[in-house]
Structures are given as structure tokens and as C-alpha cells.
Ligand binder design. Structure first.
Ligand code: CTP
Ligand code: MN
Ligand code: MN
Length: 500
């Protein structure tokens, strides 16, 4: 239930002495005062939208008063909204804009109050419109992860963990559709600033199908999903999960070993007919270390080490942290960097030079280097390929504990002064930098939806190399990630909001 505005409190707040409320810092639009109607919107969503608007420099009033210029509502019944507004007895009601959420959404996207148009208005049906001609409410959570903001804070972990198990199990069984469906559902729930407490709350959310909702219902009722528990105790799932946790072992190899009747690492290592490639050998050799998460402090230390190496090679070098740590994660399975130089073509020898230097320092435990196969003439690529064509290397480095602030993230009882860490380096030509950075920042789900959005909504092809407009038949240039979002007509999403 919403409440009638508390008029005396409003007056008090507006007395000159108290007119300067601390929250008003960072206000960009003095003339616009928003009020968000809680009914239908819900308290947590209202709080979220309020924070969002304030962060963009809008004034949002907690209480409806004559100061308010724009009322925003998600009420689909215009008549009931207007009935309530009239009960509030505002003196300036005729001059207030009464708007549906589309005006708010567009204003947030633009970062300024957009001009009020007829299509934004919630018409006073009691006066002007015949019943039934109210505007339909706009769906507010997009089906595309690139139109959602997803921080590392996950309010729905109990559901998303379960979905991840289901998705992975479908992946092991090569059933693509349901695998993607569960990944998308998990991604939608991760973006919510509130926890789902009843199934009714998911009514207006995209990407939640019958199967997903059934799993959620089970978790809401019993605290766990029986389907997920069955999978977790399944021998095949457990074995494939174990085998794919080894660096260099994908689902195909894991499956092959499983079919041969192998169930444990010792089974594999004892089987003389199995040939492990170099990557897998290192994977087993450093298993304990590299299956342990890398901490932010460890990532920072590695950044310093690489930074020094790169700049000794070429002072003008550009080094950027990317991957999960750029998205603000506390832990990762590896540390990802982009390195390049302002001088086009010079990047070709950069990785080999870096690798040489790491070897000289005695900290290179493993290196798989892939030279560039990038050919600008072969763009655009219509089929998205799992790997981009830039020069890259997958490394295992030795990290000394003395170089990590607060020490290493180590197993209990491990008294060595060092650990092995996985590091990825990619080296695009500098004119491809923005595309590479966007592609390597992830998350995987965010990237997938960026490409799907580009393709479906804009008839454009996006990958780690370029953005191509199929309608105009031309490439769209970009020097920053913001340029790419702008070309796609998307509101810019910060790296730390891409944890989809
Ligand atoms: N990536 C890519 N091409 C590759 C490898 C990775 O474009 N050949 C991208 C992935 O899409 C991902 C990002 O690089 O968005 C980082 O990959 P990865 O390190 O696997 O994932 P993170 O998001 O960094 O997760 P984690 O913290 O577990 O490392
Ligand atoms: Mn990573
Ligand atoms: Mn990586």
C-alpha cells in the first residue's frame, strides 16, 4: 500500500534553513525534481532507481510535494494512478508531468532529462481518454545482458549456483539450447538489486522459462533443488568436472578419458596409453596452485611485474588489466592483460620479447605462444570464432610471496614462499585496442549478448576485432569502449557493471 504524502513533513523540509540537504551534492539538473511512485514498482526497485538517478545528477524526492515536477510511475492502470494523485491534493498538479517509466529509462540512458513527449505521458483517463486506451507498461529488465548493470554483488546466488550446475551438465552432454537458457536465466537474476523471495516477483523478468521457474520454486520451498543434487552426485558429472579442472583439458578430452573408464587423476597418470600434451603436463604439475583462486593483491603484484618488463622493452608500451579483475572481482582463475604499443606493427615482437625476459628472470613456468593470424582484409567475420586472431600467450608464472601485499593466497600448511599463477597476455595492433579490450573484459555472457544485440537489434557484426554495419556496409571506427557502445546505441556500461 502506498500512503498519502505527509504534508507537514514536506513543508518542514522546504524551510530555507533546511533547503540545502546533503544529498544534493552532485546535482546536475536543478529544475527537474522527480518523484517515483512506489506502488507497482515496489520498494526495492524504487530504491534502486532512486540511487541510479541520483548517481546521474538527478534530484529525486522521497516525498511527493508541490516541489515535484516529474512523477514517474509503473502503474499500468492510469485511472488508479490519477485517482491517487488527485487525492494527494497537490496545488500544482496540472503542471506536473505524469510519466511512465519509458521517460525515466530514456533519461537514464541519455544521462539527462529527455524532453517530455506525448508517448511518455500517463494520460488522465478520468478526463480525457476512453477506458482501455492506456499505454502498455514497458518491460524494464532487458533480455540482453549488455542493457543491464551487473555488479559482483549477487543477491540470488542460491538460484544462480543451481543454474550453473544445470548449464554445465547440459554442456557436458552437448545440449546447447537448455545450457544457454540456464546461463541467460542466471545472468538475469545476477543483475537484480534484490533477492527473489517468491516466484511472483519474477513475473516480469525475461529469460525465465518453465524449467528455470520449477527449479526456483523447489529452492524457495525446500532450500535446494533435487535435480541439481542428483547431478552433483552423478559420477559422470563429477568426473568430467574434475578432469576439466585441469589446465589444457576441455570437455572433449575429459569425455574420452571417462569413456575409457578413468575416474581419477591417478587413473590418468597411471595409464601408459595416454599421451598428455605439454599444456596438460603443466596442468597436472601445478594443479594445486593453479586450481586455487588468484587474489586481487596477487593480480596487482603480477601487474607490477609485467609492467616493469614491458616498459623496459619499450617505454611507450600500453598495458591494461582486463578479464575478471577489470570487472572488480576479488578472485579469478587467472590474470588477463592486454599489451600493445602506439607504433603500429611494433606489437608483433612484443610478446616474444616479454616471454624472453620472463624466462631470463626465471619466473616462466609454462608458455604457450600463439602468433598473430590477424588479417584486416578478412574482416568482417560473419561467424563468431571462439578465439580471436591476435598474438597471445597462455602462461604459468612463478609469483614470490614477498612481492604480494598481505602475502600469497595459499593452501593451509603450504610453507613455500611462492605459488604458480595462470596469466594470459594478448597483443592486438593499437588501432584494434578498443575492440580487444571490450572483448577481453567479459564476462562471457556479457560478450555473448553484446554480439547478439548488435546482430539482432542493429544488423551489425561485433567481435574482438571490429564492428561492421551491414546496412551501411561499412566498418565503424572506435578508439574507446565508449565509442563502441555509442555505435551500438547502448548506454555505456562500466567494466564493474559487466559481471553478467
Ligand atoms: N577471451 C577471449 N578470447 C580468448 C580467451 C578469452 O575473447 N581466447 C575473453 C573471454 O570472453 C572473457 C575474457 O577474455 O570475457 C576473460 O577470459 P577468462 O580469463 O577466461 O575469464 P574471466 O572473466 O577473466 O574470469 P576469471 O576471473 O575466472 O579468469
Ligand atoms: Mn581471467
Ligand atoms: Mn584468461
Amino acid at each position: 500500500m502506498f500512503h498519502a504524502p505527509n504534508v507537514p513533513r514536506v513543508r518542514k523540509r522546504l524551510r530555507p534553513a533546511e533547503a540545502v540537504v546533503p544529498r544534493r551534492e552532485g546535482v546536475k539538473f536543478e529544475d527537474v525534481r522527480l518523484y517515483l511512485v512506489e506502488r507497482k514498482m515496489g520498494r526495492s526497485r524504487r530504491n534502486f532507481l532512486t540511487q541510479l538517478a541520483r548517481s546521474k545528477g538527478f534530484i529525486v524526492e522521497d516525498v511527493l510535494s508541490d516541489e515535484v515536477t516529474h512523477v514517474v510511475s509503473e502503474e499500468s492502470q492510469a485511472s488508479s494512478l490519477w485517482k491517487w494523485l488527485k487525492e494527494c491534493a497537490l496545488k500544482n498538479l496540472p503542471s506536473v508531468h505524469v510519466l511512465d517509466i519509458s521517460w525515466f529509462t530514456e533519461s537514464m540512458r541519455e544521462g539527462r532529462p529527455v524532453a517530455v513527449e506525448t508517448r511518455h505521458l500517463v494520460q488522465d483517463t478520468l478526463l480525457t481518454l476512453p477506458e482501455g486506451s492506456t499505454p502498455t507498461p514497458v518491460a524494464t529488465v532487458s533480455q540482453y545482458a549488455c542493457q543491464r548493470r551487473t555488479t559482483t554483488e549477487n543477491n540470488n546466488k542460491i538460484f544462480t549456483d543451481a543454474f550453473e550446475v544445470l548449464a554445465e551438465n547440459y554442456e557436458f552432454n552437448e545440449i546447447e539450447g537448455p545450457c544457454q537458457a540456464f546461463r541467460r536465466a542466471a545472468s538475469v537474476l545476477k543483475s537484480l538489486p534484490w533477492a527473489v523471495r517468491c516466484l511472483g516477483a519474477t513475473q516480469d523478468l525475461p529469460c525465465l522459462g518453465e524449467h528455470t521457474k520449477a527449479v526456483m520454486e523447489e529452492i524457495l520451498q525446500h532450500g535446494r533443488s533435487f535435480e541439481v543434487e542428483r547431478i552433483l552426485s552423478d559420477e559422470r558429472y563429477q568426473t568430467l568436472k574434475l578432469f576439466t579442472s585441469v589446465f589444457g583439458v576441455g570437455p572433449k578430452t575429459a569425455e574420452k578419458w571417462y569413456r575409457r573408464g578413468l575416474r581419477s587423476f591417478s587413473d590418468i597418470l597411471a595409464d601408459r596409453s595416454i599421451h598428455l600434451n605439454r599444456m596438460q603436463q603443466s596442468g597436472f604439475l601445478h594443479y594445486e596452485d593453479i586450481s586455487r583462486a588468484v587474489s586481487k593483491a596477487e593480480a596487482r603484484s603480477l601487474r607490477n611485474i609485467i609492467d616493469e618488463v614491458v616498459h623496459a622493452i619499450t617505454p611507450a608500451a600500453i598495458l591494461a588489466l582486463t578479464g575478471g579483475f577489470r570487472r572488480g572481482k576479488e578472485f579469478g582463475h587467472d590474470v588477463d592483460f592486454i599489451v600493445t604499443t602506439p607504433e603500429l606493427g611494433r606489437e608483433e615482437t612484443l610478446l616474444p620479447d616479454i616471454i624472453d625476459e620472463l624466462k631470463k628472470q626465471g619466473i616462466l613456468l609454462y608458455c604457450e605462444y600463439q602468433a598473430s593470424t590477424f588479417d584486416i582484409a578478412k574482416l568482417p567475420s560473419c561467424r563468431f570464432e571462439a578465439m580471436d586472431h591476435y598474438a597471445k600467450c597462455f602462461l604459468i608464472l612463478r609469483l614470490e610471496g614477498s612481492q604480494v601485499e598481505g602475502g600469497l593466497h595459499r593452501a593451509e600448511g603450504d610453507s613455500r614462499g611462492w605459488r604458480a599463477v595462470r596469466v594470459d597476455l594478448v597483443s592486438p595492433p593499437v588501432d584494434r585496442y578498443a575492440f580487444a579490450l571490450l572483448g577481453w573484459t567479459g564476462s562471457r555472457q556479457f560478450e555473448r549478448d553484446l554480439r547478439r544485440f548488435a546482430q539482432v537489434k542493429r544488423r551489425m557484426l561485433l567481435d574482438n576485432h571490429a564492428l561492421y554495419d551491414k546496412t551501411k556496409k561499412e566498418f565503424l571506427a572506435a578508439t574507446t569502449e565508449k565509442d563502441i557502445f555509442a555505435h551500438l546505441g547502448l548506454e555505456y556500461i562500466e567494466p564493474w557493471q559487466r559481471n553478467a
